[in-house]
Design a protein around this ligand. Structure first.
Ligand code: HPA
Ligand code: ZN
Length: 334
């Protein structure tokens, strides 16, 4: 039985496996520029975040109907459940779909077909987080929030993603204030490729409650001290960092040092179809390569539930935390 965990950094569009992409393309009468799934997988060699994003946005063309989004999310939830994910807070990128003529209702209602039945079908509780694209304008983000207002019973929070360098968080102050006024929780990608200053700015200007990635905080000791003091959760994605060359190899990942420093780290998958693994694969990889002990893995799992937006169901959080504490590691983990 895998270690129970929450997934807090997961782009649903990044769970689109090549097989499903071709199946949806066929269903929607779309011709993809790759001959088959193998040729598509060959394209998964990224130099940096932007080279990944180019393919990520291109392949989204196959997502057109509510059922497409439902099938995408259901496939993710089944895989996540098999790897011990008990709770998933799922990002989606509505602007990328609106730009292709797919409206907000299609995206949210489609995702909800899978999320609304996930606890019964997969034993996974879920929350939905709407992400703004930081390489689009602040006005576009505000328009997107307005379009989402009819669906706020299904949306827990807002996030900020896409190309980071050159797109500091402060431009999105107004839309984050509007989101907070609507009762939405706030997170943002910061310090993935961008400098530690973007993390500080996202905390100070956007009022974020978790930092997505946050890896580059290690370059700023004062920022690390603040994150430790305030117990600000970081949603790290180790296999993503390797594939996007944010770290040279997994063995170079600063996760162990970050845990030793007292940072509230969590381990997540980001875009698992593209980066070589789901949440459990990321846990397995850091255990095998970075030599994390069972107690460190338990700490990561505990943090994932403590950092999750389960304030509306503390009983459920407590039951997940009890499962984490009771978990017994096999002989392979010291
Ligand atoms: N970083 C920023 N934006 C993203 C990512 C990521 O890893 N995945 C999907 N959108
Ligand atoms: Zn991400």
């Amino acid at each position: 039985m895998p270690l129970p965990k929450a997934e807090l950094h997961l782009h649903i569009e990044g769970t689109l496996e090549p097989e499903l992409a071709f199946a949806l393309a066929a269903r929607n009468g779309i011709t993809l520029p790759w001959t088959d799934t193998e040729a598509l997988r060959e394209a998964y060699r990224f130099q940096d975040l932007q080279s990944f994003l180019d393919l990520y946005y291109e392949l989204m063309a196959v997502l057109r109907t509510e059922q497409d989004f439902a099938d995408l999310a259901d496939a993710y939830l089944a895989r996540a459940a098999a790897q011990g994910v008990r709770h998933a807070e799922i990002f989606f990128d509505p602007q990328a779909h609106l730009a292709r003529g797919v409206d907000m209702a299609t995206v949210v209602e489609g995702l909800w077909r899978a999320l609304g039945t996930s606890r019964e079908r997969h034993g996974v509780s879920t929350r939905l987080i709407l992400c703004f694209l930081r390489d689009e304008s602040a006005a576009s983000a505000l328009d997107t929030l307005r379009l989402a207002e009819p669906f706020l019973d299904r949306i827990t929070g807002v996030g900020l993603d896409s190309a980071e360098v050159g797109h500091p968080p402060a431009a999105f102050r107004e839309v984050y204030e509007a989101a907070a006024a609507l009762g939405l929780r706030r997170v943002a990608h910061a310090g993935e490729e961008g400098p530690p200053e973007y993390i500080t700015e996202a905390l100070d200007v956007l009022g974020i409650e978790r930092v997505d990635h946050g890896l580059r905080c290690v370059e700023d000791p004062e920022l690390v001290a603040r994150l430790v003091r305030d117990r600000v959760p970081l949603t790290l994605c180790p296999l993503s960092n390797v594939r996007l060359r944010t770290v040279d190899t997994l063995a170079d990942h600063p996760l162990p040092a970050m845990l030793d420093a007292g940072l509230m780290c969590t381990v997540n998958s980001d875009d698992p179809a593209y980066f070589g693994g789901y949440a459990g694969d990321n846990f397995d990889a850091v255990q095998a390569t970075l030599g994390l002990t069972g107690e460190r893995l338990r700490e990561l799992a505990r943090n994932s539930f403590l950092a999750s937006f389960l304030e509306d169901d503390e009983e459920l959080r407590a039951s997940y935390l009890a499962e984490v504490e009771a978990y017994e590691f096999g002989a392979a983990v010291s």
